[in-house]
Ligand binder design. Sequence first.
Ligand SMILES: Nc1ncnc2c1ncn2[C@@H]1O[C@H](COP(=O)(O)OP(=O)(O)OP(=O)(O)O)[C@@H](O)[C@H]1O
Ligand SMILES: [Mg+2]
Length: 277
Amino acid sequence: MSPPGRPKGEYRSAQHEGNPISPPGRPKGEYRSAQHEGSPMSLLQIEALTASYDRSPVLHEVSLSVPEGGFIAVVGANTAGKSTLLRCISGLLDKTSGSVKFDGQEILRLPPHRIPELGIAHVPEGRHVFPDMTVEENLYLGGYTRRRDTAAVRRDCDRIYALFPRLQERRRQAAGTLSGGEQQMVAFGRALMLKPRLLLLDEPSHGLAPKIVEEMHQAMVDIHRGGLTILLVEQNTRLALSVAEHAYVLQSGSMVLSGPSNALLEDSRVRAAYLGL
Ligand SMILES: Nc1ncnc2c1ncn2[C@@H]1O[C@H](COP(=O)(O)OP(=O)(O)OP(=O)(O)O)[C@@H](O)[C@H]1O
Ligand SMILES: [Mg+2]
């Protein structure tokens, strides 16, 4: 299930400087995706990000890097701060410090409406569809910034239908009447209609039946193979590590470990201590 060319390597831990341990933030290029072999460029580079809702920080000096064309996961338990991390990238939190660079540009202080324009699409936790609009209207909303190019928007909508045939069957149905899994597909499809350079996915499998989880899983693999860069946050460690090339472990707002997904999965101590597997 993993993308081709998945590298092997040692995991790193934030707590143990030295070998095999170094801060999990900056990659040393060992997990470049097959599509971008040779490019050291990070599409998203987060350094020492701290974020709070009120006075106490929820994220503590978090660093992370997503290479262009990569598929990176952040796994962590309930309340670890996974959604908060994605909200920071999307400009939805005010109380932040540190740096979030997208394609070399600092975006941490940008207002939220500027983020999609840059090519970052965020599928938030839960299924946020417009319930009274049809499936197709929801998808077209995702292509709003490109609305003048109607032929391209139509083509992209057809691509979403090819990815999720069930949505085509239900394209005239009000999105609020769909099952949870189908609504997740709409949310996913709507984000893809933006034609993003980076897709942020917040627990796309949460609360879904195993068969739908498998469909979402396959959709993620397919769109990544198509060249899209993905940052996935998940409580479902097994799922995340089976699709992503490289993963970070977030614990109580701190990055405690990072490494190639296969290395994390194969290490029984890591599995027991951090991954709940
Ligand atoms: N709007 C908010 N106001 C105040 N505190 C918040 C808010 N949203 C989240 N928090 C707190 O921030 C911490 C991290 O929450 P976050 O939603 O980022 O965790 P998570 O890792 O996504 O958890 P889950 O797996 O349950 O989705 C939690 O302690 C939560 O209570
Ligand atoms: Mg969350």
